[in-house]
Ligand binder design. Structure first.
Ligand code: FAD
Ligand code: 2HG
Ligand code: ZN
Length: 482
């Protein structure tokens, strides 16, 4: 059995680590970047939720692309399986070993290679922590086109490898648009230099897109070039309560119509999510006067004109209040209040994690009936577990979370495959932004046709013929082990 009770067998074609291997890695990386210390290994073997746990006996910390290349070339020739690891904040069990795979952490490759102040083009190594890039750019008068609650730990290489969405996608679009180039190392050690910085380049197949969102299954991303937008002077944020889901949905439509060009975030969460945050995170309070609100919405606007932007948002809120779409709301008065609003929204995953065992579903669904699924799950589970709904409403992305007293096969059987079938029936995606990892590798057919998955398996075979890169993840086990 693999981690989190997944009923899979270790692929017998993989070799087992021996002392010659360790000696080789020490020769390439130096003693201190080859880690066998049990405490450190325990940490990197377990995922952020403490739900998936591997039993790797080796952590490698390369500092250059050439070292990544030498490690992979060796592992490939020895049939040693590896798992690339970034900040280890992934939520689908993709970043930790299932069995004894060698962990290749990118955290020591964390240099900014180049920044062009004219074009906003940032070139950096994969191990740069997102928050560090955000601060670096802030000093230069630019912003990252993506932001997410895990920014303090997640790495740009992990973000690219998961095609992370996050809180700014509604405004800046996905990483498929913002990443203009990357460098990746294949399983055989070949380095693909696709580190272009051009907006336009139609010379053949755009292979970088294969690596964006492939979760370490096709190669290790070592460098990224990303187009960063200039920082605009006026950012405003409103914390809003709505009486029902229909109001949230109508408010979104109105916000798109009336705030269109300045809208930069539209997030929602239900009262169950709010209660969890208030109960499990220190120093957090509801900025609205005590009252029973069923839903909360966070709207952020960003533009270059301070007075115009604020006026526009205030007028919008007033009108929405008068028409009954909003039951209460408050505009952040300063930067501290703005970050305290964000803390509530961004703190939901942490609050859920502190509450105990958790089943997470990250779904793309039509906005009209997205919340019906949350309500149906509440009926199905009755008192057995707490059902929480929140997410990036502006992107049609629901985070359905089921917080249970313990991991329990009976609860799981009530949830799966029901959630996946429901999503498929509504033509949604069973992974909007977190990826498939280990958790959903076998569920890919709910969102992709057999023909499409076959092509994916052929690409995997071509780039990683021995299947050493992040095995048991992304593709169904039946396809990836043959
Ligand atoms: P890891 O977790 O280390 O790895 C993720 C996957 O990428 C694994 O399969 C791993 O093998 C692979 N990988 C990592 N680095 C590389 C590399 N250099 N080359 C090849 N493969 C690599 N996700 C969102 O999309 N939107 C959100 O809003 C969001 N919010 C979050 C909030 C919290 C509090 C937490 C804990 C997670 C959140 N996530 C979110 C999920 C997660 O943070 C993202 O998936 C993030 O992009 C993962 O980055 P990481 O560096 O931690 O990668
Ligand atoms: C978020 O948007 C993350 O906060 C985490 O994507 C989602 O906890 C989750 O299910
Ligand atoms: Zn999210």
């Amino acid at each position: 059995f693999g981690s989190a009770g997944t009923k899979i067998q270790r692929n017998p074609s993989f070799a087992t680590l021996n002392s010659d291997d360790v000696t080789y890695f020490k020769g390439v990386l130096g003693e201190k970047n080859v880690v066998q210390d049990e405490d450190r290994l325990e940490f990197v073997n377990a995922d952020w939720m403490h739900k998936y746990k591997g039993s790797s006996r080796l952590l490698l910390l390369p500092t250059t692309t050439d070292q990544v290349s030498q490690i992979l070339k060796y592992c490939n020739s020895r049939h040693l399986a590896v798992v690339p690891q970034g900040g280890n904040t992934g939520l689908v069990g993709g970043s930790v070993p299932v069995f004894d795979e060698v962990i290749i952490s990118m955290s020591s490759m964390n240099n900014i290679v180049d920044f062009d102040k004219v074009s906003g083009m940032l070139v950096c190594e994969a191990g740069c922590i997102l928050e560090n890039l955000i601060s670096f750019l802030d000093n230069q008068g630019f912003i990252m086109p993506l932001d997410l609650g895990a920014k303090g730990s997640c790495q740009i290489g992990g973000n690219v490898s998961t095609n992370a969405g996050g809180l700014r996608l509604i405004r800046h679009g996905s990483l498929h648009g913002n990443v203009l180039g990357l460098e990746a190392v294949l399983a055989n050690g070949n380095v693909l230099d696709m580190l272009g910085t051009l907006r336009k380049d139609n010379t053949g197949y755009d292979l970088k897109h294969l690596f964006i969102g492939s979760e370490g299954s096709l190669g290790i991303v070592t460098k990224v070039s990303i187009l960063t937008p200039p920082k605009l002077s006026s950012v405003n944020i409103a914390f809003i309560a709505c009486k029902d889901y229909l109001s949230c949905q109508r408010l979104l439509l109105e916000a798109k119509r009336k705030l269109g060009e300045i809208l930069s975030a539209f997030e929602f969460w239900d009262s169950e999510a709010m209660d969890l945050v208030l109960n499990h995170l220190e120093g957090v309070r509801n900025p609205l006067p005590p009252s029973v609100h069923n839903f909360y919405v966070l709207i952020e606007t960003t533009s270059s004109d301070e007075s115009y932007d604020k006026e526009k948002l205030e007028a919008f809120l007033l009108r929405s209040m008068e028409s009954g779409l909003i039951s209460d709301g408050v505009l952040a008065q300063d930067i501290n209040q703005a970050s305290s609003f964000w803390r509530i929204r961004e703190g939901i995953p942490e609050a859920l994690m502190r509450a105990g065992p958790i089943y997470k579903y990250d779904l793309s669904l039509p906005v009209e009936n997205m919340y019906n699924l949350v309500e149906e799950m509440r009926v199905r589970l009755a008192q057995k577990a707490k059902v929480v709904g929140y997410g990036h409403l502006g992107d049609g992305n629901l985070h359905l979370n089921i917080s249970a007293p313990q991991y329990d096969d009976m609860i799981l059987a009530q949830v799966e495959p029901y959630v996946y079938e429901w999503t498929s029936k509504h033509r949604g995606s069973i992974s909007a932004e977190h990826g498939l990892g280990l958790m959903k590798a076998n569920e890919i057919f709910y969102s992709k046709s057999h023909e499409t998955v076959q092509v994916m398996a052929s690409i995997k075979k071509l780039l990683d013929p021995n299947g050493i890169l992040n095995p048991y993840k992304v593709l169904p086990h039946s396809l990836s082990t043959h």
